[in-house]
Design a protein around this ligand. Structure first.
Ligand SMILES: CC(=O)N[C@H]1[C@@H](O[C@@H]2[C@H](O)[C@H](O)[C@@H](O)[C@H](O)[C@H]2O)O[C@H](CO)[C@@H](O)[C@@H]1O
Ligand SMILES: [Zn+2]
Length: 291
């Protein structure tokens, strides 16, 4: 699909940090090539856990200031990735991080009463209307969000998927919608590299602990090797959510890794993968915008 108009990419993410964790290399790749990037984040991440001990007082059950702090983290990550247009769905604070109140049967996590502004139980029509308004204003050729299970089941990720698929279906200018995914093969290779690198400060994840999809479901693989330093800087900005390290012996990006607040080491991949959810697949093997 040949594009004469300037290319525009809009991404819909649930919490500050998701944009970097799942699509950071992609954002930096296209921003560096002059593509107009719009990042829509649906919550402020108010219910997140906090890694640095000295910041624990920000937690939702203490001063409840984590949401505001994570706006700053997101600003830093956007600067590192080259994003100047980043927005919160419904405006700052309209929807709140729902927490890990998973309704999935068998999930043993704490099930707390969701907050009245919780994104995952909010008015879906209002959320879709907000997103549709942004889509009609930005007119992105490509939109990125999560798979129908939200990638790993988080209710905010599931809701972000739902409203994005509904809103984009009503906006003709959106040519393609992609879901960000991690294929088993690339994840396994990354875990293998971590197991061979030095200075990994956390136990390395077992692949079955990490969300992933079968390799043959991937439609698009974007090489982001040339964006690893921007990606590392953006990951570093999300200090309340992400611990980061690289193997000083092997400075190659593939030796770098991260851990969330659960303290499980995961690899930083040099390729970011997608599944084309709607639109023509022409030329999409290694480019979200196709030929
Ligand atoms: C990557 C992502 O979506 N993070 C969410 C998630 O955070 C995880 C959650 O606190 C879990 O209990 C931890 O084990 C895990 O390490 C965290 O990444 O959920 C948070 C609460 O909704 C959210 O703020 C965070 O952005
Ligand atoms: Zn998230």
């Amino acid at each position: 699909m040949n594009h004469t108009a300037p290319l525009r990419l809009l991404l819909v993410h649930a919490h500050p940090d998701d944009e970097t964790l799942t699509t950071g290399g992609t954002i930096a790749h296209y921003a560096a090539r002059g593509v107009q990037i719009t990042l829509v984040t649906c919550t402020l991440g108010e219910e997140g856990e906090i890694i640095p001990k000295e910041l624990q007082g920000l937690a939702s059950d203490q001063s409840d200031q984590l949401g505001g702090y994570r706006i700053g983290e997101l600003q830093g990550a956007c600067k590192a990735l080259g994003v100047t247009d980043f927005r919160f769905l419904g405006g700052i604070g309209r929807w709140r991080d729902s927490g890990m109140t998973w309704s999935q049967p068998g999930y043993a996590g704490e099930l707390s009463e969701p907050h009245p502004r919780a994104f995952a139980i909010g008015d879906r029509r209002e959320q879709e209307a907000e997103l549709e308004t942004m889509l009609r204003e930005v007119r992105p050729q490509v939109v990125v969000t999560y798979t129908d299970d939200g990638g790993y089941g988080h209710p905010d990720h599931v809701r972000a998927h739902q409203i994005t698929m509904s809103a984009t279906s009503r906006v003709a200018e959106v040519e393609r919608v992609f879901h960000t995914v991690r294929p088993r093969g690339a994840l396994a290779d990354g875990l293998q590299r971590l197991s061979k690198s030095e200075g990994v400060p956390f136990p390395i994840a077992d692949i079955e602990e990490l969300a992933h999809i079968p390799d043959d479901a991937v439609t698009t693989a974007l090489d982001v090797t040339d964006q690893q330093s921007s990606l590392m800087n953006a990951l570093r900005s999300h200090e309340t959510q992400i611990s980061l390290w690289s193997d000083l012996r092997n400075s190659g990006p593939s030796a770098a890794g991260f851990a969330l607040s659960n303290g499980i080491a995961q690899p930083i991949l040099d390729v970011e993968h997608y599944v084309l959810a709607s639109g023509t697949p022409d030329g999409c093997a290694d480019d979200l915008f196709g030929t």
